[in-house]
Design a protein around this ligand. Structure first.
Ligand code: C2E
Ligand code: CA
Ligand code: CA
Length: 593
C-alpha cells in the first residue's frame, strides 16, 4: 500500500485540533476571567456583541460571549473559522458587501461588521478568535485592532494559566506527572517509533524521606527538592524538561543513541548529584539512585513507562553503581513475585488451590515410619504448580505469613487427628516461619487447635530454621517454651546451613536437628561432607539432640547415616512427598510382611 503524504493544511488542521482538545476548554462552563475580557472588547469597540470563539472541527464554540444567545454556530462560512485557517487578523467592514459572507448564517442573523484577532498558542496553532461584531457596517482603526490583538493575547495567557494549573509542582515549579502524560502523547505524535529513554532520578529512598520529614521537617525536604530541581535543570541540556514526580523524585526523557550512552550519562549525573550533597546546607545525607527505561513513543503508556523507570531505580538501590537499566526479564520476575503475593490471599480462601503433601520419616535402624513432614503445595489457577521454595520466602515478609501458617497448621492437625483415629501412631511435622514466633498468640492458637481435634502433643512437631531461631526476641522463645512445656517437639531445620554457634545452639529449646539435604546429598561423593556429617551427628548427640537426615537418596548414604547412629531418615530413597491418601496406602504397604 502506498502511504499518501498528508497535505500540509490537513496536517496543520489535525495538529491544531489536537492542541485545542488537549486544553480541555470545549464545552466547559463560562468563567468570569474570560467574560471580563469579552466585556472589555465589546466596550472598546462600543459594539453589542463580542466573543471568545474556539474553532472546533465543524463548529465555532463560544467560551465567552456578550450579546449572543447561542453557544455555537456552524464553522462553515463563519468569520472566526477563517481566522483559524489563516491565523491572521480579519476585519470585514460589511458582511453584505463580501462575496464569502453575504449568505452566511451570521449575515442572515443581521450581523454586518466583524473583527477577529487570532488566538495563537506558543506553537503557532490558532485556536479561534477574539472577535467583536456589529449590526451596522463599520471600520476599525489601527488602535482598535491593536487593542483587540492585546485582548486576544490576554485570552491566551488566561488559557495557558488555567492549563498550567494542576500541571506544575508548587514547591519547585517543575511540571508534574499530568504534564508528563500530556508531553508523552505529544512525543508519540511528533516522533513516533523512535528510540528514547526515560531516566528516573531519586535523591533519597522512601525510608529516608519519611525519616527526614519526621526528624528534620518538611521545610528542609522542600528546600532540598528545590535545590535539586535547579541543579538538575542546570545540568541537563537546554530544552530537556525535568518533571517532578514526588518529593526528591524527578524524571526526564533523553534521546541518546543507545543504552550504554544513557547509562554512562546517568552515572555521570549521579556523581554530580553527590556533589550537591556537599553543597547542601542541611545535613541530609543524599543517596541518589537512577533508573533508565528504554521506550518507543507511541508504544507505551505513561503509567507503564513511569513504573518501569522507577522499578529500574529501585533495583539500582541494591547495587554499588546506583544506576539501573530496566530489563524485561528482571521485570518479569518482579511481576511474577507481585502476582504470587497478591494471589495467595485468594488461594487461602479457595478450597482447591492449597493442599498438603506428606513425606515419611522413618527409623534409621528398623525402617519403621515414625511420622511425616507436611509440605505445602499450591496450584495457581493460571501459573500452575508453584514450589513452596519460591512462594514461602516471599510470603514470609508479608502479613500473609500468619494466615498461611494457620492454614497449614489446621490442615496438618486435622490430618494428624484422622491418622490418630485410624490407630496410626505418627508425628506430623509442620514448617513455620520466624515471623510466626512474633505472634503473641501463636502457641495458644496451636494448642487450641490441637485441643479442638483432641490431638495428643506427641502427634505434632514444629520445624524451624536456625536463622529463624537465632537472634529472635524474648517473645519468640516464650512461644517455643510454651509449646515445649505441652510436650510438642521442636526441630531445627536445615541444620548446618545457618551460622550455628555452638554456644547459642545450647540455648535453643529444641529436641531434634534435621541435617540439611545439601550435606546429605553429597555424602556419596564428597569426603568433606562425610566428615562434616559425622561431626554434626556426634555433636548433636552430645548436646542431647536426636538427629534426622533429610534428602536421603541412595542406599550408600542411608547406610552411612545409620552406622553413625542417626535416628531418622527422610528422602526420595524412602518416599517422595505425596498426598494424604497415597501416604495411607504407602503406610499400609509398609506394614505388609
Ligand atoms: P524443607 O523444609 O527443607 O523441606 C524439604 C524439601 O526437600 C521439600 O521440598 C522436599 O520435597 C525436598 N526433599 C525431600 N526429600 C528429598 C530428596 O531426597 N532429595 C531432594 N533433592 N529433595 C528432597 P519442597 O516441598 O519443595 O519444600 C521446599 C521448602 O519450602 C521446604 O524446605 C520449606 O522450607 C518450605 N516449606 C514447604 N512447606 C512449607 C510450609 O507449610 N510452611 C513453611 N513455612 N515452609 C514450607
Ligand atoms: Ca522442613
Ligand atoms: Ca530442611
Amino acid at each position: 500500500m502506498i502511504a499518501h503524504p498528508v497535505p500540509p493544511f490537513a496536517r496543520y488542521e489535525r495538529d491544531r485540533l489536537q492542541a485545542l482538545r488537549q486544553l480541555n476548554l470545549l464545552d466547559t462552563p463560562p468563567s468570569e476571567s474570560f467574560d471580563r475580557i469579552t466585556r472589555m472588547a465589546a466596550r472598546l469597540f462600543d459594539l453589542p456583541i463580542a466573543a471568545v470563539s474556539l474553532t472546533d472541527e465543524d463548529r465555532q464554540w463560544f467560551k465567552s460571549r456578550v450579546g449572543v444567545e447561542h453557544w455555537e454556530i456552524p464553522r462553515e462560512r463563519a468569520c472566526c473559522g477563517e481566522v483559524a485557517d489563516t491565523t491572521q487578523l480579519l476585519v470585514v467592514d460589511d458582511l453584505l458587501e463580501s462575496d464569502i459572507y453575504r449568505d452566511s448564517v451570521l449575515a442572515e442573523s443581521g450581523i454586518r461588521f466583524y473583527a477577529g484577532a487570532p488566538l495563537l498558542t506558543r506553537e503557532g496553532y490558532c485556536l479561534g478568535a477574539m472577535c467583536v461584531l456589529g449590526t451596522e457596517p463599520r471600520k476599525a482603526s489601527a488602535e482598535e485592532l491593536a487593542a483587540l490583538q492585546d485582548l486576544a493575547a490576554m485570552v491566551m495567557a488566561q488559557i495557558e494559566l488555567q492549563h498550567a494549573f494542576g500541571r506544575i509542582e508548587p514547591t519547585t515549579g517543575l511540571p508534574n506527572r499530568s504534564q508528563f502524560v500530556e508531553d508523552l502523547d505529544d512525543l508519540a505524535r511528533d516522533a513516533p517509533d523512535t528510540q528514547r529513554f526515560a531516566v528516573f532520578v531519586e535523591l533519597l529512598d522512601a525510608q529516608q524521606i519519611s525519616t527526614v520529614q519526621r526528624v528534620v521537617g518538611q521545610a528542609a525536604l522542600d528546600s532540598l527538592s528545590r535545590e535539586a530541581a535547579r541543579f538538575l535543570s542546570g545540568l541537563l541540556s537546554a530544552g530537556a524538561r525535568v518533571y517532578q514526580l514526588g518529593p526528591c523524585q524527578y524524571l526526564y526523557l533523553c534521546a541518546l543513541a543507545d543504552e550504554t550512552s544513557v547509562v554512562n550519562h546517568a552515572l555521570r549525573l549521579r556523581q554530580e548529584l553527590l556533589l550537591l550533597a556537599q553543597q547542601h546546607s542541611t545535613s541530609i545525607n543524599i543517596r541518589p539512585a537512577l533508573g533508565v527505561a528504554p521506550f518507543r513513543p507511541g508504544s507505551v503508556d505513561a503509567t507503564d513507562l513511569l513504573r518501569t523507570a522507577q522499578s529500574a531505580c529501585l533495583d539500582a538501590r541494591a547495587t554499588e553503581s546506583g544506576v539501573g537499566l530496566f530489563s524485561v526479564t528482571v521485570d518479569a520476575g518482579h511481576q511474577r513475585r507481585f502476582t504470587l503475593i497478591s494471589d495467595l490471599r485468594g488461594a487461602l480462601t479457595s478450597d482447591h488451590q492449597l493442599r498438603l503433601a506428606f513425606q515419611p520419616r522413618v527409623d534409621a535402624g528398623s525402617g519403621k515410619c515414625l511420622g511425616a513432614e507436611a509440605l505445602l503445595r499450591w496450584t495457581h489457577p493460571v501459573l500452575g504448580e508453584i514450589s513452596p521454595a519460591e512462594f514461602i520466602p516471599l510470603i514470609e515478609e508479608t502479613p500473609l505469613a500468619r494466615p498461611l501458617t494457620a492454614w497449614v497448621m489446621r490442615a496438618a492437625i486435622e490430618r494428624s487427628a484422622a491418622w490418630n483415629a485410624q490407630g496410626r501412631n505418627l508425628r506430623v511435622s509442620v514448617n513455620i516461619s520466624a515471623a510466626n514466633l512474633d505472634e503473641e498468640d501463636f502457641a495458644a492458637n496451636v494448642l487450641a487447635m490441637m485441643a479442638e481435634f483432641d490431638l495428643p502433643s506427641s502427634a505434632l512437631e514444629i520445624e524451624l530454621t536456625e536463622s529463624a531461631l537465632i537472634g529472635n526476641s524474648r517473645s519468640a522463645s516464650d512461644q517455643l517454651n510454651t509449646l515445649l512445656a505441652q510436650g510438642i517437639t521442636v526441630a531445627i531445620d536445615d541444620f548446618g546451613t545457618g551460622y550455628s554457634s555452638l554456644a547459642y545452639l545450647q540455648e535453643i529449646p529444641a529436641h531434634v536437628v534435621k541435617i540439611d539435604r545439601s550435606f546429605v546429598s553429597r555424602l556419596d561423593t564428597h569426603t568433606r561432607s562425610q566428615t562434616l556429617v559425622r561431626n554434626m551427628i556426634a555433636m548433636a548427640h552430645e548436646m542431647g539432640y536426636s538427629v534426622v537426615a533429610e534428602g536421603v537418596e541412595t542406599t550408600e548414604s542411608r547406610d552411612f547415616l545409620s552406622d553413625l547412629g542417626c535416628e531418622e531418615l527422610q528422602g526420595y530413597l524412602i518416599a517422595r512427598p505425596m498426598s494424604a491418601d497415597s501416604m495411607e496406602q504407602w503406610l499400609d504397604k509398609q506394614e505388609q510382611p
